[in-house]
Ligand binder design. Structure first.
Ligand SMILES: Nc1ncnc2c1ncn2[C@@H]1O[C@H](COP(=O)(O)OP(=O)(O)OP(=O)(O)O)[C@@H](O)[C@H]1O
Length: 229
């Protein structure tokens, strides 16, 4: 198989069917360390399925996914889960914060789950909240903050463990365009300064504009887009 040289995460000839639906039908993908790649395409084209396969959440029926020299499908479930905790971060459209915890506790949670003490975890979490410009809502609960603030808290939480790949599935889908752009600006700045690669699923061109490169998925097949500047 062909793995682009220097790629951190790469997929080749992925197939995934749900009953009669071919969600992925020969899709390929690659991302370099620190790169931001937008996965675009119409509704139902296979974008989320591709992201879930790349993140080791969904197992493809066939094809290869290489992460940092390891084949994901050759790993057992425990190793794949460990990889997701240590190397991957996730941001979704909504519903990802724990409503009973404060925003600061939410951001600190992945560190606490990895065994970091409360004081250290909350101090690191606060630094990330400052980078995402939401330190002012540290004590509030998710239900008490705006949609844009909630998404920035979620981005802080996804980056707090220092992941090498951030998977973002329609991270601005529930926001108005102004808030969406601010979230994208802060998300890409924070990821770039942390050296994290970003796999960004979106159907909006103005969101994809924050990426370095665009891949279009159609009928489960992918192709690289030449960007017209
Ligand atoms: N768990 C599932 N069970 C059955 N069919 C599924 C499942 N997940 C996805 N599909 C189907 O696979 C196809 C691709 O879905 P996918 O969610 O990957 O598309 P998408 O491009 O992310 O769509 P959207 O932009 O609407 O989120 C669709 O036809 C969808 O209905």
């Amino acid at each position: 198989m062909s793995i682009p040289e220097g790629s951190l995460l790469a997929a080749h000839d992925l197939h995934k069917a749900y009953g009669p639906t071919n969600a992925l039908d020969g899709a390929a993908f690659s991302i370099h360390p620190g790169e931001v790649v937008a996965v675009m395409g119409p509704s139902g084209s296979g974008k989320s399925t591709l992201l879930h396969c790349l993140a080791g959440i969904v197992t493809p029926d066939s094809g290869t996914i290489m992460y940092n020299g390891h084949e994901l499908s050759a790993m057992n479930d425990a190793d794949r889960s460990a990889l997701r905790r240590t190397d991957f971060g996730f941001v979704f459209q909504f519903g990802q914060l724990v409503p009973e915890l404060s925003c600061l506790e939410n951001v600190a949670l992945p560190l606490r789950l990895n065994g970091t003490g409360r004081k250290q975890a909350e101090s690191t979490a606060l630094t990330w909240m400052q980078r995402l410009e939401v330190e002012n809502v540290a004590k509030q609960r998710p239900g008490e903050v705006s949609g844009g603030q909630g998404q920035r808290v979620a981005v802080a939480r996804s980056l707090v463990t220092g992941p090498r790949v951030l998977f973002a599935d329609e991270p601005t889908g529930a926001l108005d365009s102004l808030n969406g752009e601010r979230v994208m600006e802060l998300l890409t700045d924070a990821a770039r300064s942390a050296g994290a690669a970003v796999v960004l699923v979106t159907h909006e061109a103005r969101v994809a504009a924050y990426s370095d490169r665009e891949v279009v998925v159609r009928d489960g097949k992918s192709r690289d887009m030449e960007r017209v500047v």
